[in-house]
Write a protein that binds this ligand. Structure first.
Ligand SMILES: C[S@@+](CC[C@H](N)C(=O)[O-])C[C@H]1O[C@@H](n2cnc3c(N)ncnc32)[C@H](O)[C@@H]1O
Length: 181
């Protein structure tokens, strides 16, 4: 078996372009990068502050922790950009960010949503929709709707506008951003 390496950012140029567009109106960047990996995406930006959180200790210069658990205890008022470049659907963490007592209105939140017929929906999403029992019987009936559930959740929390682009090769991937109301 050859060595198989998962590459974090197949489309780094597109992701960086999105981040430039999402932040072009900001005078300074104070970035909380919650799925920071090797800190690649923000490397070439001029930043007043950068704080990375990453589960795995052998990647980048970060706080090594589960972002979903530590986000509650971070002072989000210190940041005007929050990045959720996750491998699946950052459902729970985006909900926590929007409802966070210290997050500032106007904060830009970037996200990656990746779904496929085989990719399990987050439990937080199942609970919000009240479909846990049905889901356990027929998950593939729901899995491809992950991005729609994610956008519905944002809308229910008051997010007015979302900008994203889509890549349909293999998995369905949405790369986008919204602003905290
Ligand atoms: C798509 S990659 C992000 C790459 C990153 N943007 C960069 O510039 O290198 C997703 C990253 O999230 C990390 N990750 C997955 N689950 C996590 C969690 N619950 N908390 C923090 N990091 C997590 C993975 O280890 C992986 O490095």
């Amino acid at each position: 078996m050859p060595r198989v390496t998962k590459i974090d950012n197949k489309s780094i140029a597109n992701k960086v372009f999105l981040r430039r567009k999402a932040t072009e109106h900001l005078n300074e960047l104070r970035v909380l990068d919650l799925f920071a990996g090797n800190n690649v995406l923000w490397h070439n930006f001029d930043k007043a502050r950068y704080y990375g959180v990453e589960l795995l200790p052998d990647k980048g210069k970060n706080l090594n922790a589960d972002a979903r658990q530590v986000v509650d205890s971070l002072d989000l008022s210190d940041f005007n950009v929050i990045d959720c470049d996750s491998y699946t659907i950052p459902f729970e963490i985006c909900r926590k960010i929007i409802e966070h007592p210290k997050v500032k209105s106007g904060t830009t939140v970037l996200y990656t949503v990746i779904t496929s017929i085989f990719t399990r929906l987050p439990n937080a999403c199942l609970d919000e929709l009240g479909i846990r029992d049905m889901y356990n019987i027929a998950p593939s009936m729901f899995n491809l709707n992950g991005a729609t559930y994610f956008y519905d959740m944002l809308g229910n929390l008051g997010v007015k506008e979302i900008y994203y682009y889509e890549n349909l090769a293999g998995f369905t991937k949405h790369y986008g951003y919204f602003v905290i109301p």
